[in-house]
Design a protein around this ligand. Structure first.
Ligand SMILES: [Fe+2]
Length: 199
């Protein structure tokens, strides 16, 4: 038999995975803010797995509204999510500067939690006639629950899963960590004003 020559063999799923990783890293430049290599990889993989299971494509996140709760919401999913990460980081840095001696804050946990807080949202959507609407799964399980499930599967530490679990209203029943309070307020201060925005 002739020896085989040609390019090295790549399984198609490997190529899909590589493409998804590139898409996730392009969506989230803030991943580079996570200083711990293992945590950065766990957070990246969580987004990859969620997007693989979502009916949405990565580029859709730069077009769809960030919430279905506000009719004709004028901000996109990524605009809002990245804004939350930026607010959370700067808030954590200010708190650390003035209160750090009394109130220790893990900046990596804040950033990872803020990046992952809404990862479950991509499982709340489905496409009907080209329009993104709430899925049956989204009705049964809001994104804090599905987000924690995917993150735990990807090895994300409990301190970060705690932020995903408690960032929204469900978390009002839980004793939030300092990092979770920061992400919760960053999320709500960039969400609540849209509810009273004059159009
Ligand atoms: Fe959320």
């Amino acid at each position: 038999m002739e020896p085989s020559v040609g390019p090295p063999f790549f399984h198609p799923s490997t190529l899909v995975r590589t493409a998804m990783r590139e898409s996730v890293e392009r969506l989230w430049p803030e991943l580079q803010w996570i200083s711990d290599d293992e945590l950065r990889e766990q957070v990246t993989r969580t987004w990859m797995v969620a997007m693989e299971r979502s009916p949405l494509e990565p580029q859709d996140l730069e077009q769809i509204p960030f919430t279905l709760l506000i009719p004709d919401c004028p901000a996109t999913f990524m605009e809002h999510k990245r804004c939350v990460v930026h607010i959370a980081r700067r808030s954590a840095e200010a708190m650390d500067e003035f209160l750090g001696r009394a109130l220790p804050i893990d900046l990596d946990v804040v950033i990872a939690g803020a990046i992952l807080a809404d990862v479950g949202k991509v499982l709340e959507y489905e496409r009907v006639d080209g329009v993104a609407v709430q899925s049956a799964r989204g009705q049964a399980l809001r994104h804090p629950f599905t987000g924690v499930a995917v993150a735990m599967e990807c090895g994300v530490p409990d301190a970060v899963c705690h932020i995903i679990a408690t960032h929204a209203g469900e978390g009002n029943m839980v004793k939030r960590s300092t990092e979770a309070w920061i992400v919760h307020h960053a999320d709500f201060m960039s969400y609540e004003p849209f509810k009273t925005l004059k159009k």
